[in-house]
Design a protein around this ligand. Structure first.
Ligand SMILES: NC(=O)c1ccc[n+]([C@@H]2O[C@H](COP(=O)([O-])OP(=O)(O)OC[C@H]3O[C@@H](n4cnc5c(N)ncnc54)[C@H](OP(=O)(O)O)[C@@H]3O)[C@@H](O)[C@H]2O)c1
Length: 302
């Protein structure tokens, strides 16, 4: 089968098409015939070597890319799934030689959920990583008070706003001015445009500061400055956690696959597709991701 991998780190041009044997599922695993695989920032950070430099990925000769998958079960093994079932799933092991940028992907059945009805595979592939990350980040927050979400128009941030709103948390969203209507539609009650002196501008809206922040834009200290003393901060990347100034409790979210949770989330959150490209054009997708300004995910189809 055809897959896209990296054997050296660098720009989008290091993405390489390879022919490899179709992977065989082991106990408790399924093989999915991939119909769509979303392109996420983690793929770019894997390809560039940023995650290896950060110590998140151990040395490997070959790294597969792609975490989000939508497709049909091709080999159900000993699992509860049947051949032909439409599914979505998440690869959460970061250092594997094959990912979802491929014609077939083997996953633990526990990482797989039925595809949400009414969505195409391209739409469904945009859900797993970002829906689960947003939900698992919110799990880390204990407050029932005001929540700040930076990067609120982004894939994780948009879902975080929607899920926090559903939990009845008052949400302050930080995004570009052009995205105010979008993030209010997700459920933000207050909007603060991105830019300098964020802490001051958030405190002008929420006197004393917010109770917690989900910092999906990786602003670090600038986002922490908006949190009240003793509040909560959730960081989303290696090196993105600030010092716990003023007694703010700083935590990291690290995504983990969870098919049951994914099934529940997939029916509640909107799919966000920025564009569709053939798998062979993964490098072009990475260039578009690097250019910024995408709303939703680019999706690759084998
Ligand atoms: N730890 C985990 O388990 C985990 C899981 C998933 C994702 N992540 C990480 O979480 C981060 C967000 O992921 P994502 O998929 O949501 O990315 P995304 O879709 O690119 O969204 C990021 C958003 O942040 C915005 N942004 C950038 N700089 C900003 C600033 N200074 N102020 C306000 N907003 C700003 C971007 O706007 P523009 O596009 O206009 O620049 C974009 O809307 C990434 O670093 C990703 O690697 C971590």
């Amino acid at each position: 089968m055809r897959a896209m991998v990296v054997r050296r780190f660098g720009g989008p041009e290091v993405l390489e098409a390879v022919e490899v044997p179709v992977p065989e599922p082991g106990p408790g695993q399924v093989r999915i015939r991939v119909a769509a695989a979303a392109v996420n920032p983690v793929d770019a950070a894997t390809r560039s070597g940023a995650l290896s430099e950060a110590g998140v990925i151990p040395p490997r000769e070959v790294l597969g890319l792609g975490w989000d998958v939508a497709g049909r079960i091709d080999d159900a093994g000993d699992t509860r799934f049947g051949v032909g079932d439409a599914v979505i799933g998440l690869r959460d092991r970061i250092a594997l030689p094959l990912g979802a940028y491929a014609e077939y992907l083997v996953l633990d059945a526990s990482a797989v959920a039925p595809a949400p009805p009414g969505l195409s595979p391209v739409e469904a592939a945009t859900l797993p990583l970002n829906a689960l990350t947003a939900a698992q980040a919110l799990d880390l927050v204990e407050t029932t008070g005001t929540l700040l979400v930076t990067g609120a128009a982004g894939a994780v941030g948009g879902y975080a706003v929607a899920l926090a709103h559903a939990r009845k948390l008052p949400v302050v969203a930080v995004a570009s001015e052009a995205d105010e209507a979008l993030v209010r539609q997700f459920g933000a009650g207050e909007f603060v445009p991105r830019g300098p002196a964020l802490g001051d501008r958030v405190r002008a809206v929420v006197p004393g500061g917010v109770d917690a922040v989900l910092d999906t834009a990786l602003l670090g200290l600038d986002a922490l400055d908006a949190v009240r003393g003793g509040g909560e901060f959730v960081a989303f990347a290696a090196g993105a956690a600030p010092l716990p100034l003023r007694g703010v409790r700083v935590r990291h979210v690290w995504i983990r696959a969870d098919g049951e949770r994914l099934a529940e989330l997939a029916g509640r959150l909107p799919a966000r597709v920025a564009g569709v490209l053939p798998l062979a054009e993964a490098a072009a997708a990475h260039e578009r991701l690097a250019a910024g300004g995408l709303r939703g995910r680019l999706v690759l189809t084998p």
